[in-house]
Design a protein around this ligand. Structure first.
Ligand code: FAD
Ligand code: NAP
Length: 521
C-alpha cells in the first residue's frame, strides 16, 4: 500500500469518530435538511474553487479535489511571490529530503486547470505585506468553493514581564523565518555575539531546529539552502551552551525521536546529563515511541561535555516567569519557577508551580512555544466563525467551516451550521501542530468533504462561479502591484538555483519581495 493510500484510509476511518460528537450531530442533521431542500443540478459543470495559501494544506486539498471531481478549476492565492509556505520558510535547511513534497505540488501546479496567483493576499496579510490585496468579500462572489489553508502567521506569547521590553528575545518563528529567507525577517540580524548562553523556551521540534542551527558546524549548514546572511551571522556566533527548557518533564516533551537523535549525534557537541528522577524506572515497559525517546535521552551524546566545544541540555520542569535585562536594554537572565508534575510518568500530566525559582544566564532567548493563526479581515462580515482561543477556523473536523449563531440568551443552545462552499485545511483548521504527512491527511479529509458535498448537490457559494480569477484580475492588476503566476515562480526558482550554484548550494534564496519580483520579470 502506498503511503498516500494509507493516509487516505486513515482519514476515512477518522470520519466516524469526528461525527460522533454532539456538535457534529447537529451539523449533520442541519446539513441533511439543507441538502434535501436543494435541487440545483450541476449538470457536469466544473467546480470552481479558490484556495487561500500555497503550503502543504493548500496543495494537498487542491490535489484531492482535482482527483475526485474531474474538471475542477483551482485558483490558488498566495500572499508571497513564492509558493510552499513552511516547506520553504519553516523546514530546517539541513532537512532537504523533507522538501521532496514540492515535487507533488509542482505536478499539481502543472495542470491546465490550476492557476497560481502569487503576491496576492486575501484580506490583508499584515503591516509588512507589500503585494496585492483582494478583499475576502470580493473573492467569495466568484467561486463555488473557497478553502482557507493560510497556516499560522503569528506566534504565541508567554505574557511574562520583560518579554516585549528587552532586545535579544526572539520568537522561534522570527528566527526560523530569518535563516530560511522569509522577507518579513530578512533584517532581523540576531546578535549571537553577546555571550555564550542561549535559552530556548519550549521543547517541541521547532525548539530542536533552533538549537541545531546554533550548535551545528557551519560548514555543514553552508551546503544547505540557508541564507548567506545567516551563515555569516552563525560564523560569528559565540554561543557555546544551549538550554532547551520545558515546563513539563521528559515523558511529556513534544519533540520526536528522529529530531532528538539528530541533536545527540552532532559532531563535537556534548549533552548534559538528564535529571534521572524524571525517567521511569522501567523504561522497557513503555510504549515503543516513548521508550525510544527515554533511551536516547538517558544514553546522551557520544561527545563528552567537558571536552566538547559546544553543549546543550534539556532543562525540565521550569516555567518562565520573568526576563531580566541590563541598562543597554538587552536581555541578560531568564527567571523560571520550578514546577512539579502531578503524574510525572503520565504523558498528559499537568504541572503546578512550586514557588521555587531558578535563574539562567541568557545572552539570547528564543520563545518556541508554538505558532498561532488569526482570523482574516472580512471573516465577521462573511459570517465565518473563528475560535480565537484555539486559533482555528471553527469547523466540523472535516473542514466544513461553521457559522456559529448564539441563541438569544446565553442559556440557549448554540446552533452551528456549515457555511455553504466555505472550507478550511491544515494548521488553520486544526491548530499549529502536525508534520507534513499529518497535514496531508488533514487536507485530504477536507478535499473529500468538498467532493462529497459537490457530488451530493449540497449548497455551495452563490456567486458568479463562471469567472474566478479572470473576473478578479482586472481589479487587482489596475493597481501597482505585480501578480506572480506559476511561470514567474519558475523564473525565480531558476534564478535562485543559479545563484546557489555559484556558492555550492542547491539554491540561494532571494530574501526580499523586490528581488523576487525582479527575478520574475
Ligand atoms: P503553511 O505551510 O504555513 O502555509 C500557509 C500559506 O498561506 C503560506 O504560504 C502563507 O504565506 C500563505 N498565506 C497566509 N496568509 C495568506 C493570505 N491572507 N492570503 C494568501 N496566502 C496567505 N513538518 C515535517 O514533516 N517535517 C519537518 O521537518 C518540519 N519542519 C518544520 C519546521 C518549522 C519551523 C515549522 C513551523 C513546521 C515544520 N513542519 C515540518 C510542519 C509543517 O511545516 C506543517 O505541517 C505544514 O507546513 C502546515 O501546512 P499549512 O499549509 O497548513 O501552512
Ligand atoms: P509543539 O510541538 O506544540 O511544542 C510546543 C512546546 O512549547 C511544548 O514543549 C509546550 O509545552 C511548550 N509551551 C507551550 N506553551 C508554553 C508556555 N506558555 N510556557 C512554556 N512552554 C510552553 O510546537 P512546535 O515546536 O512549534 O512545532 C509545531 C509542529 O511542527 C509540531 O507538530 C512539530 O512536530 C512540527 N515540526 C516538525 C519538525 C520535524 O518533523 N522535524 C520540525 C519542526 C516542527 P507543553 O507540552 O507543556 O504545552
Amino acid at each position: 500500500m502506498t503511503s498516500l493510500t494509507k493516509s487516505w484510509l486513515c482519514a476515512a476511518c477518522r470520519r466516524k469518530t469526528v461525527f460522533s460528537s454532539p456538535l457534529a450531530h447537529k451539523i449533520l442533521s442541519h446539513y441533511s435538511t439543507t441538502t434535501t431542500t436543494t435541487t440545483t443540478s450541476r449538470h457536469g459543470r466544473p467546480l470552481r474553487m479558490a484556495v487561500v495559501g500555497s503550503g502543504p494544506a493548500g496543495f494537498y486539498t487542491a490535489y484531492r479535489v482535482m482527483t475526485k471531481v474531474p474538471k475542477t478549476k483551482v485558483d490558488m492565492f498566495e500572499a508571497l511571490p513564492v509558493p510552499y509556505g513552511l516547506v520553504r520558510f519553516g523546514v530546517a535547511p539541513d532537512h532537504p529530503e523533507v522538501k521532496n513534497c514540492q515535487d507533488k505540488f509542482e505536478e499539481v501546479a502543472s495542470s491546465p486547470d490550476f492557476t497560481f496567483i502569487g503576491n496576492v493576499s486575501i484580506g490583508n496579510a499584515g503591516g509588512h505585506f507589500q503585494g496585492c490585496t483582494i478583499p475576502l468579500a470580493s473573492m467569495l462572489h466568484h467561486y463555488d468553493a473557497v478553502v482557507f489553508a493560510y497556516g499560522a502567521s503569528q506566534d504565541k506569547q508567554l505574557g511574562v514581564p520583560g518579554e516585549s521590553e528587552y532586545k535579544g528575545i526572539y520568537s522561534a518563528r522570527e528566527f526560523v523565518g530569518w535563516y530560511n529567507g522569509l522577507p518579513e525577517y530578512a533584517n532581523l540580524a540576531p546578535d549571537l555575539t553577546r555571550g555564550d548562553e542561549a535559552v530556548i523556551v519550549g521543547q517541541g521540534n521547532v525548539a530542536l531546529d533552533v538549537a541545531r542551527m546554533l550548535l551545528e558546524n557551519v560548514d555543514v549548514l553552508r551546503k544547505s539552502d540557508i541564507t548567506e546572511a545567516a551563515i555569516e551571522t552563525l560564523l560569528k556566533s559565540r554561543i557555546k551552551r544551549v538550554h532547551i527548557v520545558g515546563r513539563r518533564g521528559p515523558m511529556q516533551a513534544a519533540f520526536t525521536i528522529k529530531e532528538i537523535r539528530e541533536l545527540m549525534k552532532l559532531h563535537g557537541v556534548g549533552f548534559h546529563d538528564i535529571d534521572m528522577s524524571l525517567i521511569p524506572d522501567e523504561i522497557s515497559k513503555l510504549p515503543r515511541a516513548r521508550r525510544r525517546l527515554m533511551e536516547i535521552m538517558v544514553k546522551g551524546s557520544s561527545a563528552r561535555v567537558d571536552e566538547a566545544a559546544k553543549s546543550w541540555s534539556l532543562d525540565f520542569c521550569l516555567s518562565p516567569t520573568e526576563f531580566l535585562g541590563g541598562s543597554d536594554g538587552f536581555v541578560e537572565k531568564t527567571v523560571f519557577e520550578r514546577t512539579s508534575l502531578e503524574l510525572p510518568f503520565d504523558p498528559s500530566s499537568r504541572v503546578v508551580g512550586t514557588e521555587e525559582t531558578l535563574t539562567i544566564p541568557s545572552s539570547i532567548v528564543f520563545r518556541s512555544i508554538g505558532y498561532k493563526s488569526v482570523a482574516l479581515p472580512g471573516f465577521k462580515e462573511a459570517g465565518i466563525s473563528f475560535d480565537t482561543r484555539k486559533g482555528i477556523i471553527d469547523n466540523d473536523g472535516l473542514g466544513r467551516v461553521l457559522r456559529t449563531k448564539r441563541g438569544e440568551n446565553e442559556h440557549q443552545d448554540q446552533e452551528a451550521s456549515h457555511l455553504p462552499g466555505i472550507y478550511c485545511a491544515g494548521w488553520v483548521k486544526r491548530g499549529p501542530t502536525g508534520v507534513i504527512a499529518s497535514t496531508m491527511e488533514d487536507a485530504f479529509s477536507t478535499g473529500d468533504a468538498i467532493a462529497s458535498d459537490w457530488n451530493s448537490e449540497a449548497p455551495f457559494l452563490k456567486g458568479d462561479s463562471s469567472s474566478g480569477w479572470e473576473a478578479l484580475r482586472s481589479g487587482v492588476e489596475h493597481g501597482k502591484c505585480k501578480v506572480i503566476q506559476w511561470e514567474d515562480w519558475l523564473k525565480i526558482d531558476k534564478s535562485e538555483r543559479e545563484r546557489g550554484l555559484l556558492v555550492g548550494k542547491e539554491r540561494e534564496k532571494f530574501t526580499s519581495t523586490a528581488e523576487m519580483l525582479a527575478a520574475a520579470s
